[in-house]
Design a protein. Structure first.
Length: 347
């Protein structure tokens, strides 16, 4: 049960349930709002799994969301709206803008709660993907989150940077070599570098004998694949499925550099202050999802180099034929180029 504190602080409720990478990016905006507005307190509505992304602050609370029980289904969303209303928020900020959040937002609005919704930029992203507008950098998701907070009448700082401080977690690799964190998977196959490139890259690392590689991933399928890589390459250790999310974040923070696809692991490594190299295949950083503190470290090809780039905004492809184009893009990002970037960042 979440109890309402009697204070003079303005109570703000911020809502975002998924996906993991998007919630990780939201941490920058939430902590920015707290630090920039000493007269507010925030209650965050998100999945309990994601609470560690935001760190601890005496003016930040987490709503006890129960999507498998009280807040399940349509009636559960109405209960959620009532539960939020009972907190007597001054403003409800919807940083998700999907059907579920619209139901909650509309119910709150009808009951007299001031609501604000962030602009996903759906139309401009779609227009750019279809070649109807200039191919250029669009507003980053974190800037979009901040814009909604400003729309609610709050301040944000353009210079703010939040680095999540993790609890110390010892992970002994048995080596004094520098450590590369490597997350070769993504939510969509089209965003992955591909098995051939991954193995060729690890083969180069093995020959160079300068680095230890920690492999990150989630789910039984990825865990199995990563374990297989540890058998093939002695430079590799897998941390997948062995630690809590908090512990994985701490292990990420201990890495000297982190290599990822356009994925949640890219954002998590960025959140804990890693030097992050990101590989972009079907998607493109211009849509506003690049690692916030590591824009300069995106490895990406341009439409001038290959006319079909980008193929997708989020990674979902329209047809199986587009996977042929994915394979062609993968070949345009050779392992040697990626290793060169790793060496450059670690010199």
């Amino acid at each position: 049960m979440l109890f309402l504190r009697i204070t003079n602080e303005k109570h703000i409720v911020i809502y975002r349930l998924s996906a993991m990478g998007d919630v990780a990016m939201l941490a920058q905006a939430v902590r920015n709002a707290i630090e920039s507005n000493p007269d507010i307190r925030i209650t965050l509505v998100t999945r309990p799994l994601f609470h560690p992304f935001f760190g601890e602050h005496d003016r930040l609370n987490f709503f006890p969301l129960d999507l498998n029980g009280r807040h399940k289904g349509f009636t559960g969303l109405l209960k959620l709206a009532n539960d939020i209303k009972a907190l007597k928020p001054a403003i409800f900020i919807d940083e998700h803008d999907v059907l579920r959040s619209k139901i909650v937002r509309s119910s709150l609005k009808l009951s007299g709660v001031k609501t604000v919704v962030f602009n996903k930029g759906r139309n401009e992203k779609s227009a750019m993907l279809m070649g109807q507008t200039e191919f250029k950098q669009l507003t980053h998701s974190i800037d979009r989150y901040n814009a909604a907070i400003k729309l609610a009448g709050l301040k944000t700082s353009d210079d703010f940077q939040f680095i999540l401080t993790t609890s110390s977690h010892e992970f002994k690799t048995g080596s004094k070599k520098k450590t590369i964190g490597f997350a070769p998977f993504a939510a969509h196959d089209s965003k992955e570098w591909g098995d051939e490139n991954v193995k060729a890259f690890l083969n180069l690392i093995e020959k160079e004998e300068s680095y230890e590689v920690l492999l990150f991933g989630g789910g039984k399928t990825e865990e199995k694949k990563l374990k297989a890589l540890t058998f093939d390459f002695s430079c590799c250790r897998s941390v997948a499925g062995q630690y809590s999310l908090e512990e994985e974040l701490a292990i990420m923070q201990s890495c000297d550099v982190f290599l990822a696809m356009d994925s949640s692991n890219m954002h998590l490594a960025d959140l804990v202050g890693c030097k992050v190299i990101s590989i972009w295949i079907a998607t493109h950083p211009y849509f506003g999802f690049f690692a916030w503190n590591n824009k300069a470290n995106c490895i990406v090809r341009s439409p001038q180099e290959y006319k079909h780039i980008p193929l997708s905004i989020y990674g979902k492809l329209n047809s199986e034929n587009e996977m042929t184009k994915v394979e062609e893009i993968r070949k345009m990002i050779p392992p040697e180029k990626v290793l060169e970037k790793v060496n450059l960042l670690l010199d």
